[in-house]
Design a protein around this ligand. Structure first.
Ligand code: GDP
Length: 367
């Protein structure tokens, strides 16, 4: 391609190499007269929002712009990866604008857990993370649960203003917006794209009846999420589609659990206890004696302990050990983007291992 083509939809430079980057269009599509990037094509023809990769600087620009708007900010998190999908500093970025918090993927949470309890938990956690949301909702974008209520609340709280939807990648932001589009506008060719002032980023606008818009911002990448270390073909194992059923392990001191080859849990001391593991059903849990654990990982990561895949092992980050003494009854040990293990008893000493770069943390038990 000699001459630089520009997408007639959003104005980005068209490229034909990387389907995940901004401006991608398949080379064959460019033989037609009007050049559009794949993202605009899908948006226009199927009302479908697609993710693109951006640099961290771009994301920062987006966040920094939010405070200059007079708008309602809707922040989406993945309830199964609450902290991993949190956008730190969102209250500061939002400025004086109210923030409505939406927890998505409620369908993954065991059915025995009460909605109300989970919403209260989200409120408490967000306050501790420095956010004072105007309201909190729990939805399943995939299943369509509570989308109507969320849409109605957005309409009420926006109070005649624009709405900016933010979230990190993989929280289900696109799925949510695609649902909302149907909810607020019915179907139809109503989406337009617009440029974000000061950047080359295109925002996606869904016009509302009163001349305002719902604006989709690009999904922000949280680098400490497990998803970035898993082969694309294996993402399905850590992006569960069905209710997570906890697997309960009775452990003696000095026993180890491996979650595939992605994480490891050592029970060091505290007597024989049971440990509910909220890990996607598709991930194999392997129990062994602590004294054999290092050797087992060395010899079997990438095959028996998988994902990661064997061919990834050369570049897969080493597992890093984090030791904790449990101070509160019912504490979750969270492996960011993978799941958690609940430790019921005060005084237990455990070690959690995750690939270097991935977060591990303790929190008040979610369930
Ligand atoms: P985005 O990157 O935030 O735009 O997220 P997507 O909408 O592309 O969704 C990311 C992944 O989460 C996909 O595999 C979706 O199928 C899945 N997903 C989205 N919403 C839900 C939900 O409500 N429940 C479940 N279980 N999965 C969901």
């Amino acid at each position: 391609m000699n001459e630089q083509l520009i997408c007639t939809g959003c104005g980005v430079k068209i490229q034909t190499e990387n389907p995940e980057e901004l401006g991608f269009a398949p080379a064959s599509s460019l033989e037609k007269e009007v050049a559009v990037c794949q993202r605009c094509f899908r948006l226009k023809n199927y009302n479908e929002i697609q993710d693109v990769s951006l640099t961290d600087d771009d994301f920062l620009k987006i966040l920094n712009e939010l405070g200059n708007k007079d708008a309602l900010i809707v922040k989406i998190v993945d309830i199964f990866d609450f902290n991993g999908s949190w956008l730190p500093g969102i209250q500061r970025f939002a400025g004086k604008n109210p923030v409505l918090l939406i927890g998505n993927k409620a369908d993954l949470v065991p059915k025995s857990v009460k909605q109300r309890k989970l919403i209260d938990w989200m409120k408490k956690e967000s306050r501790e993370l420095g956010l004072n949301p105007i309201d909190v909702f729990l939805v399943s974008a995939a299943k369509g649960h509570h989308i109507k209520e969320a849409a109605a609340a957005i309409d009420e709280y926006r109070n005649g203003k624009d709405v900016y939807i933010v979230g990190c990648t993989n929280v289900g932001k696109s799925t949510f917006i695609n649902r909302i589009i149907k909810e607020v506008t019915g179907e139809g060719d109503i989406i337009t794209t617009s440029h974000f002032p000061g950047t080359t980023l295109d925002m996606i606008e869904i016009p509302l009846e009163d001349g305002k818009a719902i604006v989709d911002t690009p999904g922000i990448i949280n680098h400490h999420q497990m998803a970035h270390y898993v082969d694309k073909r294996d993402l399905k194992y850590i992006t569960p589609k069905k209710e997570i059923k906890p697997k309960v392990y009775q452990l003696n001191e000095q026993q180890t659990l491996f979650f595939g080859g992605l994480a490891r849990f050592d029970y060091l001391s505290g007597g024989r206890r049971s440990f509910p593991c909220y890990i996607p059903n598709e991930i194999n849990i392997h129990r062994t004696k602590l004294e054999n654990a290092d050797e087992l990982y060395k010899n079997h990561a990438g095959e028996m302990l998988t994902p990661p895949r064997r061919e990834q092992m050369d570049t897969f980050p080493e597992l890093v050990r984090h030791e904790f003494t449990i101070k509160e009854a019912k504490t979750d040990v969270v492996f960011s983007g993978l799941g958690w293990v609940t430790v019921n008893d005060v005084g237990a000493i455990i070690a959690a291992f995750v690939p270097k770069g991935v977060h591990v943390m303790l929190r008040r038990s979610l369930i």
